[in-house]
Design a protein around this ligand. Structure first.
Ligand SMILES: Nc1nc2c(ncn2[C@@H]2O[C@H](COP(=O)(O)OP(=O)(O)OP(=O)(O)O)[C@@H](O)[C@H]2O)c(=O)[nH]1
Ligand SMILES: [Mg+2]
Length: 636
């Protein structure tokens, strides 16, 4: 069965609650204070089956002081019933509620002229004319205008027909989004514990599900689900839903919080938005203004920064603004928002979130920013993914970061990412999405830094990775940096050896002089055989000054090429001497059934002193030429 939400709207006392009762038989005013004062204070709910369509009514208060409560319910409605008392006609909250419906981009509705029994034909026609004038050029232009009396029941059947008609034109809620339920009521029920209610704006909620409670980021469990007063196994998008929660105290739950699919959405405190200012908001919206921001069922205070040099979005104008929230909310791209003045409280504009996780901007970036935000507003999914990834610069985004921005389901994200990669604007680097431009820039700078290093220090093998990151790419996390480096290496321009990176073509070209000195250093070790000199002796014998760094680099060249081997600390052997020893050890092993040798026998075999014997045997153990067994070695 199709489920839709119909919200009332209109000035105080114009008969919204009476109308809902005439339609459903349910009195949506449930608070004692509402009954006593005869006005609606907070949201009320009722439901009705209209041949094959399940209608959930959200009845809102008309009092100007309770517009905030009206907003907690208005965000999720499919169809508005704009209620205008025929006796009073259009009044201030008729306009304000209607403006809010327009700013929330509600798509369809009906105008209901109430209290038909109280007015004559002329007054009724006047109210009708004023109503039609009000909605001219809006989503309600041409909508049915139906006169009723909730007292006598006149017109109610006609209204039901019209509602049925409008309901059939309401598109099913998109299946592309993760489960999200903005909480508009939270209370504790005897015998049940914590219960929250709200309009399930997307996804499904099943009994037994785990959900995230945001912004507190708590994991909660669905103990029970009710829709229209009946316990059911599963609630669907577009239904008024009550959830009995486990794993949380009732006192921790508040209107404005959100239940969401686990691990998908995140709270935010700074958003970039497209804003439409109402004609009658005489002062417009300006930078540094403190406003009340309504998103979903939440109301928070926020500071405005108009993203335009003038710092003002004038009455009736559209513009871009950053909103810095005093407390976090859940907001995703395309979410509608309403902006109200801090004091006196009145609606001044609204719009939609373009970048839910914005950063602070510099005024000189405004032109570029405008283009980026326009892409986020009007682009298709591929363009939006590309833009979010571009905005994330060197660090890129993970798929879960996209989920938090878009509320798209995993499959939708996967498809959009695949299409964006195929279009060539982004790359997947080890699960991180990086814009092609950011990557190309990284690649170019990386190669430039490494080749500058090679040029300056031709004998060095390359640059340590961490030095490169700290010195030139401090903006990137170690994780991103490593992933990007890996990608550059995969493409073949660089080679990393343990923690050092070098250009692939880098060979340590050395001068003829250096080559000669390197060779004489090697010769010193080759000649010394199994009794190598200390480093200082070796340098001196090769005609090098031990103190100069250059000597060390020539030595490193010999180590890197494998000619010299570090056996222990600064004790180096020529590789030929070691090979020779291995041969002798193996020959010794052939002679003995147990293949064993002890330190004394090794000294004799090699013709060396104890000073060298122990480090050498330990080296051979490490190289798995020998294995220590008590006081002796087994030759492997
Ligand atoms: N005669 C007559 N009285 C009506 C009709 N509809 C509502 N009323 C009366 O008008 C008064 C206000 O009606 P409500 O339904 O409470 O008005 P409301 O729009 O819900 O008011 P708020 O929720 O406070 O904004 C009540 O005394 C109703 O009985 C109608 O069609 N005919
Ligand atoms: Mg009411």
């Amino acid at each position: 069965m199709k489920s839709i939400i119909v919200g009332t709207a209109g000035h105080i006392d114009h008969g919204k609650t009476a109308l809902v009762r005439a339609l459903t038989g349910i009195d949506a005013d449930r608070l004692p204070e509402e009954k006593r004062r005869g006005i609606t204070i907070d949201l009320g709910f009722a439901d009705l089956d209209l041949d094959g369509v399940r209608i959930g009514f959200v009845d809102v208060p008309g009092h100007e002081r309770f517009v905030k409560n009206m907003l907690a319910g208005a965000h999720g409605i499919d169809v508005v019933a704009l209620v205008i008392g025929a006796d009073e006609s259009v009044m201030p909250q008729t306009r304000e509620h209607f403006d809010i419906c327009r700013l929330l981009a509600i798509k369809s509705g009906i105008v209901v002229l109430t209290k038909k029994d109280l007015v004559d034909e002329d007054l009724l026609e006047l109210a009708r004319a004023e109503a039609e004038e009000l909605v001219e050029g809006s989503f309600l232009a041409g909508a049915p205008v139906i006169a009723v009396s909730s007292r006598t029941g006149e017109g109610i059947e006609e209204l039901k027909k019209a509602l049925r008609e409008v309901a059939s034109g309401v598109a099913a809620r998109s299946d592309d989004f993760v489960t999200r339920l903005p909480i508009d009521r939270a209370f504790s029920m005897k015998g049940f514990g914590p219960v929250v209610t709200g309009t399930l704006v997307s996804g499904k909620i099943n009994e037994g599900d785990e959900l995230d409670l945001l912004p507190p980021r708590a994991r909660v469990r669905v103990r029970g689900v009710q829709v229209h007063g009946a316990a059911i196994k599963q609630a669907l998008a577009g239904q008024r839903t009550a959830i009995n929660l486990g794993g949380v105290e009732a006192s921790a739950l508040e209107r404005g919080m959100v239940l969401a699919a686990p691990g998908r959405l995140r709270p935010t405190q700074i958003v970039d938005a497209a804003i439409q200012v109402l004609e009658d908001a005489a002062r417009g919206i300006r930078s540094r203004q403190r406003v009340r921001l309504h998103v979903g069922a939440a109301e928070v205070l926020a500071r405005v920064r108009v993203l335009d040099a003038g710092g003002l979005i004038g009455p009736g104008r559209q513009g871009l603004a950053q909103l810095r929230l005093e407390t976090p909310i859940v907001g995703c791209i395309d979410d509608r928002l309403i902006v109200r003045a801090y004091s006196p409280q009145m609606t001044i504009g609204g719009g939609l979130i373009l970048d839910p996780f914005a950063v602070k901007h510099r005024a000189r970036d405004f032109p570029e920013l405008r283009a980026a935000l326009e892409l986020l507003e009007t682009g298709d999914r591929t363009a939006r993914v590309a833009q979010f990834v571009i905005d994330s610069g060197l660090n890129g985004l993970r798929r879960e970061d996209l989920a938090a921005r878009t509320a798209w389901r995993e499959e939708v994200i996967e498809a959009a990412v695949a299409a964006t990669i195929a279009a060539g604007s982004i790359l997947d680097v080890e699960g991180r999405l990086i814009s092609r431009t950011a990557f190309a820039d990284f690649d170019r700078r990386l190669l430039a830094e490494i080749s500058a290093h090679h040029k300056q220090d031709p004998l060095s093998r390359g640059l340590p990775k961490e030095t490169l990151r700290e010195r030139f790419f401090a903006g990137a996390t170690t994780e991103t940096f490593r992933a990007m480096l890996f990608e550059v290496e995969r493409r073949g321009a660089i080679v990393s050896e343990k923690d050092i990176v070098r250009l692939r073509e880098h060979t340590r070209e050395i001068s003829a002089d250096d080559a000669r000195r390197r060779d004489s250093l090697e010769k010193v070790f080759r000649t010394a055989g199994v009794a190598p000199p200390s480093l200082n002796e070796a340098f001196t014998n090769a005609g090098l000054k031990p103190s100069e760094p250059h000597a060390r680099k020539l030595l490193q060249l010999l180590i890197d090429s494998g000619a010299l081997v570090k056996v222990h600390g600064e004790m180096l052997f020529h590789v030929a001497a070691l090979d020779d020893l291995v041969k002798k050890l193996r020959a010794h092993a052939e002679q003995r059934a147990d293949r064993a040798i002890d330190v004394g026998a090794f000294k004799d075999l090699a013709g060396i002193s104890r000073k060298y014997a122990i480090p050498l045997l330990e080296y051979f153990d490490r190289q798995r030429v020998t294995r220590r067994e008590g006081e002796r070695r087994i030759i492997l």
